[in-house]
Design a protein around this ligand. Structure first.
Ligand code: NAD
Ligand code: TYD
Length: 336
């Protein structure tokens, strides 16, 4: 039985990872360490609740004693660090928690991983560490890090620390840098779920600046399939970009969602731009394709339709978030 410590497993990508892995594999045991910040939602993990090979620990990755306890108790040899403060706009409003969780938290996990001699440490990073592109070109793994927001700079700092632990101690680390994800269970502060829910509620759709910023979109399942592959076959010390070659301007996404939900463009409202707003992200994923044989499995058109349908079919999930009731789920499941 492979024992994996998954941090941040109650968030969007981590919960999709756990649900997917534990419904497809029975040779894996997962310990999910999550602080349950505003972004953590235990309802995301209903499909695995009660499974023998799933354990939830509410706690902070910056808590050394707790992290040590988990490594010892569960004999952890594999780590996937999804835990992070992940929203750029929040990082602009206040950066401290970003550096605490994303930098110090990663350091605590690395130090514990060193002491307990882990066999695999995967840092889930982002293409945002590379900064902003002009109209041409793509990020490769060799593109220099040039982050622009407090969020992306905290992720870049963590990446450098992970690399340093590999170079200095020979730790078997891996880093993935993925583009913008979409799919079910994404917290409705990010572009796609926010717009879907606002459209359903006939609320205005705040488009930053001129709406022409470009993001490169990938379905969350394709990201997690790559995570699995890198854990199995990635070469220690390496960085792998992950992306599905699907660049879209923000305004194109908003119009596509309006169209798909049968509403008109009057809902669009151009608002003040995000400070330091990165213009364009675009991933060159040829390394993971050529070296590990990964390919995205989903077409954008199919996956975005599935995503819209999921939010239509799962109104209680996002209504609980809008009302704040999702925070009671922990007490209902685990007591105070
Ligand atoms: P998310 O905000 O939905 O989830 C983050 C999770 O981490 C939450 O469950 C939260 O409770 C938990 N967490 C936060 N601080 C913690 C702490 N100190 N200790 C323990 N748990 C803590 O984020 P997401 O979108 O699922 O992103 C997951 C990872 O993937 C992040 O590292 C992010 O940087 C990276 N990433 C995200 C995207 C994207 O498009 N969402 C793209 C590329 C990379
Ligand atoms: P976001 O989902 O916050 O992801 P990131 O900033 O990490 O790429 O935003 C995606 C794009 O959408 C980004 O260019 C900012 C823009 N955006 C809006 O125009 N309006 C919004 O309300 C939000 C949340 C984002």
């Amino acid at each position: 039985m492979k024992k994996i410590l998954v941090t941040g497993g109650a968030g969007f990508i981590g919960s999709n990872y756990i649900n997917y892995t534990l419904t497809h594999r029975d040779d894996v045991e997962i310990v999910n360490l999550d602080k349950l910040t505003y972004a953590g939602n235990l309802e995301n993990l209903k499909p695995v609740e009660g499974k023998k090979n799933y354990h939830f620990v509410k706690g902070d990755i910056t808590n050394k004693e707790l992290v040590d306890y988990i490594f010892r108790k569960f004999e952890i040899k594999h780590v996937i660090n999804f835990a992070a403060e992940s929203h750029v706009d929040r990082s602009i409003l206040g950066s401290e928690i970003f550096y605490s969780t994303n930098v110090i938290g990663t350091n605590v996990l690395l130090e514990a991983s060193r002491r307990f001699e882990v066999e695999r440490f995967l840092q889930i990073s982002t293409d945002e560490v590379y900064g902003s592109l002009g109209p041409e070109g793509f990020f490769t793994e060799k593109t220099p890090l040039d982050p622009s927001s407090p969020y992306s700079s905290s992720k870049a700092a963590a990446d450098m620390m992970v690399q340093a632990f590999h170079h200095t101690y020979g730790m078997p680390t891996l880093i993935t840098r993925c583009s913008n994800n979409y799919g079910q269970l994404q917290f409705p502060e990010k572009l796609i779920p926010l717009m879907i829910i606002n459209i359903m509620n006939d609320k205005k759709l705040p488009v930053y600046g001129d709406g022409l910023n470009v993001r490169d979109w990938i379905y969350v399942y394709d990201h997690n399939r790559a995570v699995d592959l890198v854990m199995e076959k990635g070469k220690p010390g390496e960085v792998y970009n992950i992306g599905a070659e699907r660049e879209m301007k923000n305004i194109e996404i908003v119009k596509l969602l309006l169209n798909s939900l049968g509403k008109t463009e009057d809902l669009i409202e151009y608002v003040k731009d995000r400070p330091g707003h990165d213009r364009r992200y675009a991933i060159d994923a040829s390394k993971i394709k050529n070296e590990l044989g990964w390919q995205p499995a989903y077409e954008f058109e199919t996956a975005i339709d599935e995503t819209v349908k999921w939010y239509l079919d799962n109104k209680p999930w996002w209504e609980n978030i809008l009302s704040g009731d999702y925070k009671n789920y922990y007490n209902l499941q685990y007591g105070n």
